[in-house]
Design a protein around this ligand. Structure first.
Ligand code: LLP
Length: 400
Protein backbone atom coordinates (compact mmCIF):
# COMPACT_ATOMS: atom_id res chain seq x y z
CA UNK A 1 0.00 0.00 0.00
CA UNK A 2 1.58 3.22 -1.15
CA UNK A 3 1.20 6.17 -3.48
CA UNK A 4 1.26 4.90 -7.08
CA UNK A 5 3.83 5.97 -9.65
CA UNK A 6 1.12 7.78 -11.61
CA UNK A 7 -0.04 9.66 -8.52
CA UNK A 8 3.53 10.72 -7.73
CA UNK A 9 4.07 11.95 -11.29
CA UNK A 10 0.78 13.81 -11.15
CA UNK A 11 1.66 15.41 -7.80
CA UNK A 12 5.02 16.58 -9.16
CA UNK A 13 3.32 18.05 -12.23
CA UNK A 14 0.74 19.83 -10.05
CA UNK A 15 2.91 21.14 -7.22
CA UNK A 16 6.39 21.18 -8.75
CA UNK A 17 9.61 19.68 -7.40
CA UNK A 18 11.33 19.17 -5.08
CA UNK A 19 8.27 17.89 -3.27
CA UNK A 20 7.61 15.79 -0.19
CA UNK A 21 4.66 13.44 -0.60
CA UNK A 22 3.10 11.44 2.25
CA UNK A 23 0.54 8.67 2.31
CA UNK A 24 -1.96 8.73 5.17
CA UNK A 25 -3.05 5.11 4.80
CA UNK A 26 0.55 3.88 5.22
CA UNK A 27 0.70 5.63 8.58
CA UNK A 28 -2.62 4.06 9.52
CA UNK A 29 -1.37 0.62 8.50
CA UNK A 30 1.77 0.95 10.62
CA UNK A 31 -0.22 2.09 13.65
CA UNK A 32 -2.58 -0.83 13.24
CA UNK A 33 0.38 -3.22 13.17
CA UNK A 34 1.56 -1.83 16.50
CA UNK A 35 -1.91 -2.10 18.00
CA UNK A 36 -2.29 -5.68 16.81
CA UNK A 37 1.15 -6.81 17.97
CA UNK A 38 0.78 -5.39 21.48
CA UNK A 39 -2.93 -6.05 21.97
CA UNK A 40 -2.31 -8.39 24.93
CA UNK A 41 -0.38 -5.72 26.82
CA UNK A 42 -1.45 -2.59 28.57
CA UNK A 43 0.37 -0.57 25.87
CA UNK A 44 0.23 3.04 24.73
CA UNK A 45 1.91 4.56 21.69
CA UNK A 46 3.24 8.10 21.54
CA UNK A 47 4.19 9.20 18.02
CA UNK A 48 7.67 10.76 18.16
CA UNK A 49 6.71 14.04 16.55
CA UNK A 50 10.32 14.98 15.84
CA UNK A 51 10.20 12.66 12.83
CA UNK A 52 7.67 14.86 11.03
CA UNK A 53 5.68 17.68 12.62
CA UNK A 54 3.44 18.91 9.84
CA UNK A 55 0.09 19.62 11.56
CA UNK A 56 -1.85 17.60 9.00
CA UNK A 57 0.31 14.57 9.82
CA UNK A 58 -0.13 15.18 13.56
CA UNK A 59 -3.90 15.42 13.09
CA UNK A 60 -3.94 12.20 11.12
CA UNK A 61 -1.93 10.44 13.82
CA UNK A 62 -4.31 11.78 16.46
CA UNK A 63 -7.32 10.57 14.49
CA UNK A 64 -5.93 7.06 14.83
CA UNK A 65 -6.07 7.27 18.62
CA UNK A 66 -2.30 7.53 18.96
CA UNK A 67 -0.76 9.80 21.62
CA UNK A 68 2.29 12.00 20.98
CA UNK A 69 5.87 12.34 22.24
CA UNK A 70 7.39 15.81 22.00
CA UNK A 71 11.06 16.67 22.23
CA UNK A 72 10.68 20.41 22.79
CA UNK A 73 8.17 22.81 24.21
CA UNK A 74 7.33 23.98 20.70
CA UNK A 75 6.51 20.43 19.68
CA UNK A 76 4.20 20.33 22.71
CA UNK A 77 2.51 23.49 21.45
CA UNK A 78 2.19 22.00 17.96
CA UNK A 79 0.60 18.92 19.51
CA UNK A 80 -2.01 21.07 21.25
CA UNK A 81 -2.59 22.92 17.98
CA UNK A 82 -3.20 19.58 16.27
CA UNK A 83 -5.88 18.79 18.86
CA UNK A 84 -4.07 16.46 21.26
CA UNK A 85 -5.13 16.87 24.89
CA UNK A 86 -2.64 17.20 27.74
CA UNK A 87 -3.12 13.58 28.83
CA UNK A 88 -2.09 12.44 25.33
CA UNK A 89 1.12 14.46 25.32
CA UNK A 90 4.48 13.33 26.61
CA UNK A 91 7.41 15.72 26.78
CA UNK A 92 10.81 13.99 26.59
CA UNK A 93 13.56 16.53 26.14
CA UNK A 94 17.26 16.63 26.94
CA UNK A 95 19.72 19.35 27.98
CA UNK A 96 16.89 21.86 28.36
CA UNK A 97 16.68 24.73 30.78
CA UNK A 98 14.46 24.06 33.77
CA UNK A 99 12.21 26.88 32.55
CA UNK A 100 11.12 24.70 29.65
CA UNK A 101 10.22 21.86 32.00
CA UNK A 102 8.29 24.29 34.17
CA UNK A 103 6.32 25.39 31.11
CA UNK A 104 5.54 21.77 30.22
CA UNK A 105 4.26 21.20 33.75
CA UNK A 106 2.11 24.33 33.52
CA UNK A 107 0.55 22.88 30.36
CA UNK A 108 -0.29 19.67 32.23
CA UNK A 109 1.54 17.21 29.97
CA UNK A 110 3.51 14.15 31.08
CA UNK A 111 7.13 15.04 31.70
CA UNK A 112 10.20 12.83 31.45
CA UNK A 113 13.45 14.29 32.74
CA UNK A 114 16.87 13.46 31.35
CA UNK A 115 19.31 14.55 34.08
CA UNK A 116 19.70 14.48 37.86
CA UNK A 117 20.34 18.21 37.72
CA UNK A 118 16.91 19.02 36.27
CA UNK A 119 15.27 16.36 38.41
CA UNK A 120 16.60 18.06 41.51
CA UNK A 121 15.22 21.41 40.33
CA UNK A 122 11.93 19.67 39.61
CA UNK A 123 11.96 18.09 43.08
CA UNK A 124 12.62 21.43 44.77
CA UNK A 125 9.79 23.05 42.84
CA UNK A 126 7.07 20.41 42.83
CA UNK A 127 8.16 17.70 45.30
CA UNK A 128 5.53 14.95 44.99
CA UNK A 129 2.73 17.12 43.60
CA UNK A 130 3.26 16.25 39.90
CA UNK A 131 4.03 12.80 38.50
CA UNK A 132 7.32 12.57 36.69
CA UNK A 133 9.36 10.20 34.56
CA UNK A 134 13.09 9.81 34.21
CA UNK A 135 15.13 8.74 31.24
CA UNK A 136 17.75 6.18 32.16
CA UNK A 137 20.92 5.58 30.18
CA UNK A 138 20.98 1.80 30.24
CA UNK A 139 24.46 1.40 28.74
CA UNK A 140 23.12 -0.70 25.89
CA UNK A 141 24.53 -0.33 22.37
CA UNK A 142 21.68 -0.41 19.87
CA UNK A 143 20.43 1.00 16.61
CA UNK A 144 21.38 1.26 12.97
CA UNK A 145 24.66 3.11 13.42
CA UNK A 146 26.51 4.88 16.20
CA UNK A 147 25.24 8.31 15.19
CA UNK A 148 21.69 7.25 15.99
CA UNK A 149 22.53 5.08 19.00
CA UNK A 150 21.54 6.79 22.24
CA UNK A 151 21.66 4.33 25.14
CA UNK A 152 25.32 3.37 25.22
CA UNK A 153 27.93 4.14 27.82
CA UNK A 154 29.25 7.17 25.93
CA UNK A 155 25.85 8.68 25.22
CA UNK A 156 24.75 12.07 26.55
CA UNK A 157 21.15 10.88 26.97
CA UNK A 158 19.54 9.97 30.26
CA UNK A 159 20.67 9.40 33.81
CA UNK A 160 23.45 6.80 33.72
CA UNK A 161 22.17 3.64 35.36
CA UNK A 162 25.21 3.55 37.63
CA UNK A 163 23.86 6.73 39.28
CA UNK A 164 20.69 5.03 40.43
CA UNK A 165 21.53 5.55 44.10
CA UNK A 166 21.57 9.30 43.64
CA UNK A 167 18.22 8.97 41.89
CA UNK A 168 16.83 6.98 44.82
CA UNK A 169 18.05 9.60 47.26
CA UNK A 170 16.32 12.40 45.35
CA UNK A 171 13.10 10.46 45.07
CA UNK A 172 13.07 9.69 48.78
CA UNK A 173 14.22 13.10 50.00
CA UNK A 174 11.48 14.95 48.11
CA UNK A 175 8.77 12.29 48.05
CA UNK A 176 8.78 12.37 44.26
CA UNK A 177 5.94 10.64 42.44
CA UNK A 178 8.24 8.77 40.06
CA UNK A 179 5.74 7.27 37.62
CA UNK A 180 7.76 6.41 34.53
CA UNK A 181 11.10 4.81 33.80
CA UNK A 182 12.14 5.52 30.24
CA UNK A 183 14.84 4.35 27.86
CA UNK A 184 15.38 5.08 24.19
CA UNK A 185 18.45 3.21 23.03
CA UNK A 186 18.59 4.11 19.36
CA UNK A 187 16.92 4.35 16.00
CA UNK A 188 16.57 1.45 13.54
CA UNK A 189 16.81 -1.30 16.15
CA UNK A 190 16.42 -4.56 14.29
CA UNK A 191 16.76 -6.98 17.22
CA UNK A 192 13.92 -7.70 19.61
CA UNK A 193 16.65 -8.75 22.07
CA UNK A 194 17.60 -5.09 22.57
CA UNK A 195 14.11 -4.32 23.88
CA UNK A 196 14.25 -7.39 26.09
CA UNK A 197 17.56 -6.22 27.57
CA UNK A 198 16.00 -2.81 28.21
CA UNK A 199 12.88 -4.23 29.84
CA UNK A 200 14.94 -6.49 32.07
CA UNK A 201 16.95 -3.55 33.32
CA UNK A 202 13.93 -1.30 33.81
CA UNK A 203 12.06 -4.01 35.72
CA UNK A 204 15.01 -4.33 38.05
CA UNK A 205 14.87 -0.59 38.61
CA UNK A 206 11.08 -0.64 39.01
CA UNK A 207 11.70 -2.98 41.94
CA UNK A 208 13.55 -0.11 43.64
CA UNK A 209 10.82 2.44 42.98
CA UNK A 210 7.37 1.29 44.17
CA UNK A 211 5.63 4.35 42.68
CA UNK A 212 6.58 3.37 39.11
CA UNK A 213 3.61 2.26 37.03
CA UNK A 214 4.92 2.82 33.50
CA UNK A 215 7.92 1.54 31.56
CA UNK A 216 8.51 3.66 28.46
CA UNK A 217 10.70 1.78 26.01
CA UNK A 218 11.05 4.66 23.55
CA UNK A 219 11.07 4.29 19.78
CA UNK A 220 13.59 2.86 17.39
CA UNK A 221 11.61 0.11 15.63
CA UNK A 222 13.49 -0.73 12.46
CA UNK A 223 11.78 -0.31 9.12
CA UNK A 224 13.36 -1.44 5.84
CA UNK A 225 15.29 1.19 3.92
CA UNK A 226 17.26 -1.16 1.65
CA UNK A 227 15.49 -3.70 -0.55
CA UNK A 228 16.99 -6.60 1.44
CA UNK A 229 16.09 -5.24 4.89
CA UNK A 230 13.22 -6.33 7.10
CA UNK A 231 11.04 -4.65 9.66
CA UNK A 232 11.72 -5.52 13.29
CA UNK A 233 9.71 -8.48 14.59
CA UNK A 234 7.07 -6.77 16.73
CA UNK A 235 5.53 -10.07 17.78
CA UNK A 236 8.84 -11.17 19.32
CA UNK A 237 9.09 -7.95 21.33
CA UNK A 238 5.47 -8.20 22.44
CA UNK A 239 5.91 -11.79 23.53
CA UNK A 240 9.05 -11.06 25.53
CA UNK A 241 7.65 -7.92 27.17
CA UNK A 242 4.47 -9.78 28.04
CA UNK A 243 6.43 -12.57 29.71
CA UNK A 244 8.63 -10.16 31.67
CA UNK A 245 5.61 -8.12 32.81
CA UNK A 246 3.72 -11.26 33.87
CA UNK A 247 6.72 -12.53 35.86
CA UNK A 248 7.02 -9.11 37.50
CA UNK A 249 3.30 -9.08 38.33
CA UNK A 250 3.51 -12.55 39.85
CA UNK A 251 6.44 -11.48 42.01
CA UNK A 252 5.29 -8.02 43.05
CA UNK A 253 1.57 -7.84 42.36
CA UNK A 254 2.24 -4.73 40.31
CA UNK A 255 0.66 -4.46 36.87
CA UNK A 256 2.73 -2.09 34.75
CA UNK A 257 1.86 -0.19 31.59
CA UNK A 258 4.24 -0.14 28.65
CA UNK A 259 4.68 2.93 26.46
CA UNK A 260 6.44 3.22 23.11
CA UNK A 261 7.49 6.28 21.12
CA UNK A 262 7.67 5.23 17.47
CA UNK A 263 8.78 7.83 14.94
CA UNK A 264 10.22 6.11 11.87
CA UNK A 265 7.92 3.11 12.29
CA UNK A 266 4.89 5.29 11.70
CA UNK A 267 6.00 7.75 9.05
CA UNK A 268 9.26 6.72 7.33
CA UNK A 269 7.73 4.49 4.67
CA UNK A 270 4.81 6.85 4.15
CA UNK A 271 7.06 9.54 2.65
CA UNK A 272 8.72 10.27 -0.70
CA UNK A 273 10.95 13.09 -1.81
CA UNK A 274 10.42 13.84 -5.50
CA UNK A 275 13.15 15.57 -7.48
CA UNK A 276 13.73 16.48 -11.11
CA UNK A 277 16.97 15.59 -12.86
CA UNK A 278 18.61 18.88 -13.80
CA UNK A 279 22.02 17.86 -15.17
CA UNK A 280 23.76 14.74 -16.44
CA UNK A 281 27.54 14.86 -16.22
CA UNK A 282 29.27 11.82 -17.74
CA UNK A 283 32.91 11.43 -16.67
CA UNK A 284 35.63 8.81 -17.14
CA UNK A 285 34.65 7.15 -13.88
CA UNK A 286 30.90 7.56 -13.50
CA UNK A 287 27.98 9.62 -14.74
CA UNK A 288 26.79 12.19 -12.21
CA UNK A 289 23.07 12.79 -12.00
CA UNK A 290 22.34 16.26 -10.63
CA UNK A 291 18.89 16.87 -9.15
CA UNK A 292 16.95 19.93 -7.99
CA UNK A 293 17.29 19.02 -4.31
CA UNK A 294 20.19 18.34 -1.97
CA UNK A 295 21.31 17.79 1.58
CA UNK A 296 19.28 20.85 2.49
CA UNK A 297 16.14 18.76 1.94
CA UNK A 298 17.27 15.24 2.80
CA UNK A 299 20.37 15.21 4.95
CA UNK A 300 20.22 11.58 6.05
CA UNK A 301 22.55 10.13 3.36
CA UNK A 302 25.30 12.65 4.12
CA UNK A 303 24.74 12.79 7.87
CA UNK A 304 24.33 9.09 8.63
CA UNK A 305 25.37 7.41 5.39
CA UNK A 306 21.73 6.44 5.24
CA UNK A 307 20.44 4.50 2.27
CA UNK A 308 17.27 5.61 0.45
CA UNK A 309 15.93 3.62 -2.48
CA UNK A 310 15.64 5.76 -5.58
CA UNK A 311 13.39 5.11 -8.55
CA UNK A 312 13.20 6.74 -11.93
CA UNK A 313 9.48 7.34 -12.22
CA UNK A 314 9.48 8.63 -15.78
CA UNK A 315 11.71 6.04 -17.44
CA UNK A 316 11.02 2.90 -15.45
CA UNK A 317 11.78 0.67 -18.45
CA UNK A 318 15.13 2.31 -19.31
CA UNK A 319 18.31 0.22 -19.54
CA UNK A 320 19.94 -0.34 -16.13
CA UNK A 321 22.84 2.10 -15.74
CA UNK A 322 25.02 2.99 -12.77
CA UNK A 323 25.12 6.59 -11.57
CA UNK A 324 26.26 8.86 -8.78
CA UNK A 325 23.19 10.80 -7.66
CA UNK A 326 24.13 14.21 -6.31
CA UNK A 327 22.36 17.28 -4.99
CA UNK A 328 22.59 20.91 -6.07
CA UNK A 329 24.18 22.26 -2.90
CA UNK A 330 27.71 23.67 -2.84
CA UNK A 331 28.92 20.72 -0.81
CA UNK A 332 29.57 17.14 -1.72
CA UNK A 333 25.98 16.10 -1.23
CA UNK A 334 25.72 12.63 -2.68
CA UNK A 335 22.47 10.77 -2.26
CA UNK A 336 23.98 7.58 -3.67
CA UNK A 337 27.43 6.80 -5.01
CA UNK A 338 27.08 3.86 -7.35
CA UNK A 339 23.40 3.27 -7.84
CA UNK A 340 21.93 1.35 -10.75
CA UNK A 341 18.75 2.90 -12.09
CA UNK A 342 16.79 2.65 -15.33
CA UNK A 343 18.54 5.06 -17.72
CA UNK A 344 18.25 8.59 -16.40
CA UNK A 345 17.66 11.55 -18.69
CA UNK A 346 17.59 15.26 -17.90
CA UNK A 347 14.02 16.12 -16.92
CA UNK A 348 13.27 12.68 -15.47
CA UNK A 349 11.46 12.54 -12.14
CA UNK A 350 13.20 10.61 -9.35
CA UNK A 351 11.60 9.43 -6.13
CA UNK A 352 13.60 8.98 -2.93
CA UNK A 353 11.76 6.42 -0.86
CA UNK A 354 11.28 5.97 2.89
CA UNK A 355 11.75 9.71 3.30
CA UNK A 356 8.85 10.46 5.65
CA UNK A 357 10.87 10.45 8.88
CA UNK A 358 13.57 13.07 9.53
CA UNK A 359 13.37 14.18 5.89
CA UNK A 360 11.51 17.46 5.66
CA UNK A 361 11.91 17.79 9.41
CA UNK A 362 15.70 18.12 9.20
CA UNK A 363 15.63 20.35 6.13
CA UNK A 364 17.19 23.80 5.97
CA UNK A 365 17.48 26.77 3.66
CA UNK A 366 21.23 26.35 3.15
CA UNK A 367 22.50 28.09 -0.01
CA UNK A 368 19.37 30.26 0.28
CA UNK A 369 17.40 27.46 -1.31
CA UNK A 370 13.85 27.23 -0.09
CA UNK A 371 12.29 24.23 1.61
CA UNK A 372 10.02 22.01 -0.50
CA UNK A 373 6.24 21.89 -0.44
CA UNK A 374 4.51 18.94 1.25
CA UNK A 375 1.51 16.99 -0.02
CA UNK A 376 -0.58 14.40 1.82
CA UNK A 377 -2.45 11.71 -0.08
CA UNK A 378 -5.55 10.55 1.79
CA UNK A 379 -8.31 8.45 0.25
CA UNK A 380 -6.47 8.77 -3.07
CA UNK A 381 -6.69 12.59 -2.99
CA UNK A 382 -3.59 14.79 -2.82
CA UNK A 383 -3.78 17.75 -0.49
CA UNK A 384 -1.17 20.49 -0.23
CA UNK A 385 -0.25 20.61 3.47
CA UNK A 386 2.63 23.08 3.23
CA UNK A 387 3.32 25.48 0.44
CA UNK A 388 6.80 25.80 -1.01
CA UNK A 389 8.87 28.46 0.72
CA UNK A 390 9.73 31.64 -1.14
CA UNK A 391 12.54 34.15 -0.98
CA UNK A 392 10.23 36.30 1.16
CA UNK A 393 10.06 33.46 3.72
CA UNK A 394 13.85 33.41 3.88
CA UNK A 395 13.92 37.16 4.46
CA UNK A 396 11.07 37.45 6.90
CA UNK A 397 13.17 37.48 10.08
CA UNK A 398 15.89 39.72 8.71
CA UNK A 399 16.06 43.32 9.81
CA UNK A 400 17.43 45.66 7.17
N1 LLP B 1 11.92 8.70 21.59
C1 LLP B 1 13.01 9.44 21.81
C2 LLP B 1 13.30 9.89 23.17
C3 LLP B 1 13.86 9.76 20.74
O1 LLP B 1 14.94 10.49 20.97
C4 LLP B 1 13.55 9.31 19.44
C5 LLP B 1 14.42 9.65 18.31
C6 LLP B 1 12.37 8.56 19.25
C7 LLP B 1 11.59 8.27 20.35
C8 LLP B 1 11.95 8.05 17.90
O2 LLP B 1 12.87 7.19 17.32
P1 LLP B 1 12.48 6.43 15.96
O3 LLP B 1 11.31 5.53 16.26
O4 LLP B 1 12.11 7.46 14.96
O5 LLP B 1 13.70 5.69 15.57
N2 LLP B 1 17.51 11.74 12.67
C9 LLP B 1 17.91 10.34 12.81
C10 LLP B 1 17.18 9.64 13.92
C11 LLP B 1 17.35 10.35 15.24
C12 LLP B 1 16.35 9.89 16.22
C13 LLP B 1 16.30 10.83 17.37
N3 LLP B 1 15.46 10.37 18.41
C14 LLP B 1 17.68 9.64 11.47
O6 LLP B 1 17.24 10.29 10.53
O7 LLP B 1 17.99 8.46 11.35
Amino acid sequence: MSVSKEELIHAAATYGTPLYVYHAESITRQYQKLMDAFSQLNARFFYAAKALTNLSILRHVRSLGCSIDCSSINEVKLAFKAGFSADQILYTSNSVSFEEIREAVSLGVSVTIDSLSNLEKFAKTYAGSYPVGVRIRPNIMAGGNTKISTGHVGSKFGIPVEQVEALQQLVQAYGLQLRTLHIHTGSEISEAAVFVQGVTLLLELAGLFPSVTVLDLGGGFKVPYRPDEKEIDLAAIAKAVEKSFTDFKNKTDRQLEVWFEPGKYLVAQAGYLLATVTVLKPTDTICFVGVDTGLNHLIRPMFYEAYHSISNLTNAEGAPTTYQITGNICETDDFAQARTLPEVREGDLLAFHTAGAYGFEMSSSYNARVRPAEVLFKDGQPQLIRRRESLDDLLIQQIN
